[in-house]
Design a protein around this ligand. Sequence first.
Ligand code: SER
Length: 307
Amino acid sequence: MKILVTGALGQLGSELIPSLGERYGFDSILATDVREGNLKGVRMVKMDVTSLDSLKKLIRDEGIEEVFHLAAILSANGEKNPDLAYSVNMNGTWNILAASRDNDVKKVIIPSTIGVFGPDTPKKMVPPETIIRPRTMYGITKLASEFLGQYFSDRFGLDCRGLRFPGLISYSSPPGGGTTDYSIEMIMAAARGQSYQCFLKEDARLPMMYMPDAISSLISLSEADPKSLKRRMDYHVSAFSFTPGELYAELRKRRPEFTVTFKPDYRQEIADQWPESLDVSESARDWGFSPAYGFSSMIDDMLKHIS
Ligand code: SER
């Protein structure tokens, strides 16, 4: 199997690739990113997903059979630059799907996000089917990407799969311009003995998950028997929910000298539109989603690795 990963240098890609490499062999992976860079053990090609011609050529020449399409502009950066977010998230996804269809790719995995929800969405234990009217460019483009994946599956028989990630917490590669990034920044500051100014309100509760669980959920969904999948692009995953205030309190237990001040900015308006918690029962039922890390064990593991 030959696997293409886009957005390989991002927060998700840089951790998914080592896991894919260990599982399927590093030779089977082709990593691409719009930025110049290296990832240990895999071949890396600089490529912009908005360029359909180069994408088609790469998929054809390399005989790609499976794609993890991770390249995206996240919520906060998307509000700073909606034109770029539209181009990368919308055209990039179309290009991946069209190039995959035209070159007999077997499977395309596209992460989606809690960003697809909007101010009308209920707040607690939100199931995949609910009121979904996103008001950010990130949400609009990712929701459209879910529908495109469904369309390419129905219309062209391309096996597209996806899940909606909550905020993802990790230490090895920085997140790029998301609303949930505060959680990583706060833990990093605590681990390094610095103080932190939080850009969300103390009580902004959001669903979250630790990166090892995000990686195993992507791999489990991609390997699941298609007959057991009742949904296609919008499986929910999340391990816990917390507020910035609760994270601060947990960090103070471990680092009593740590201080946080709260100064909400435009990202609070994005967080206000998202649910507090997700119903993940369909993911558990259909492909065995079962996160290993809780709130407390995630914090301990983060601090151990950063310190
Ligand atoms: N972590 C993402 C963001 O904050 C949510 O998918 O944009």
